[in-house]
Design a protein around this ligand. Structure first.
Ligand code: 5GP
Ligand code: MN
Length: 327
């Protein structure tokens, strides 16, 4: 940590990165660390593979984020000139697409701060806890380990609050500990407005997003009560009908788990060039290996994702036949 502390203040360029299709924890962690590091070094930037949902754009300094897919030259220049790169909320370079190939060619000192299983050996330092609820909580612990908690402020606290809130389903998943609540209490003391953050993230739906949720639950959810499983599938045509915007299906995969007896839930979404899958589970059902084995993905025991290039109908067929394995 002493070496890192020195690197942070002497570095000629620091780049904070996070995974593709960034979620609340990815953006919250990145902007939390960004707002923190700016106090030590003026040459810090946040570079992300692609856009994040609008419901995260209230976060302090979110307007300064650089997107690799639309500002590739600028992003490459920042990465090339950096000597310190943070990898937040991911632990394998394939989670950041093409940006990963570019990063692997640099000699920058690489630090992973993450809570996913099976970290891959591409970095120089790992600040990892696979039992931790969120990367945002790990950012707080990282700042604590640096001995710099007095540099925490309201802006950092609000970003990290959002990361913990979204990755714990508002402090309800089993990964939520006493420590999590203590850290949240510290954020509130710094002035973070938890109620406002909940509203920004959960009460800013467009009318069409809410109607898409209704349609998905009424018409597209298939329930297999006897094996405790359910899934929802959505085609491009259906998404377009509801004027789909990035983030509109965020959280949808959790709904089937609220049916009594359902322990496995999947959301199958037809994207432009591939099919993406989200998995959620509870109790004795784990989805990370399932996602890895069958859908080229991974994640956590109770929340994982994957993708495939077979068609939507073939994916549905494949999932239905695999559901026998759950139990
Ligand atoms: P989500 O369903 O919200 O997209 O993802 C759930 C969890 O699984 C997140 O922690 C995410 O990082 C992880 N995840 C999603 N897709 C993949 C993937 O393709 N590979 C791996 N290793 N993890 C994934
Ligand atoms: Mn996370």
């Amino acid at each position: 940590m002493q070496h890192l502390k020195q690197l942070i203040s002497t570095s000629k360029g620091i780049v904070i990165t996070t995974h593709k299709s960034p979620d609340g924890d990815a953006i919250g962690s990145s902007l939390g660390l960004y707002n923190f590091l700016k106090q030590f070094n003026a040459n810090v930037s946040v570079v992300v593979p692609d856009a994040f949902p609008d419901f995260l754009n209230w976060m302090p300094l979110s307007n300064e984020i650089i997107y690799y897919d639309t500002a590739t030259e600028k992003a490459k220049e920042l990465i090339s000139k950096s000597d310190l790169i943070f990898s937040l909320d991911y632990n394998a370079l394939n989670r950041i697409g093409e940006m990963g190939e570019f990063i692997s060619t640099t000699n920058s000192f690489k630090v992973v701060i993450d809570h996913h299983q099976n970290p891959q050996p591409f970095a120089d330092h790992y600040f990892v806890d696979t039992n931790c609820c969120s990367t945002a909580q790990l950012i707080y612990e990282f700042i604590e380990e640096l001995g710099e908690l007095d540099k925490m402020n309201k802006a950092i606290a609000e970003c990290l609050y959002c990361g913990i809130m979204t990755d714990t389903g508002s402090f309800r998943y089993p990964s939520t500990t006493a420590r999590t609540h203590e850290i949240i209490a510290a954020f509130l003391k710094l002035g973070a407005d938890g109620s406002k953050i909940h509203q920004e993230v959960y009460d800013t739906y467009s009318e069409q997003r809410l109607r898409l949720l209704g349609f998905a639950l009424t018409n597209k959810m298939k329930v297999f009560k006897e094996i405790g499983a359910a899934y929802i599938s959505l085609s491009q045509e259906e998404l377009k009908h509801f004027n789909f915007k990035k983030g509109d299906t965020e959280g949808l995969v959790n709904f089937p788990l609220s049916i009594n007896g359902i322990k496995f839930s999947a959301l199958i979404t037809e994207k432009e060039n591939e099919i993406s899958l989200s998995f959620r589970s509870k109790d004795d059902v784990y989805v990370n290996e399932f996602a890895n084995k069958h859908f080229n993905g991974g994640g956590h025991i109770y929340a994982a994702g994957g993708r495939t290039t077979i068609s939507l109908s073939e994916t549905i067929e494949k999932l239905e036949s695999l559901l026998k394995e759950i139990h």
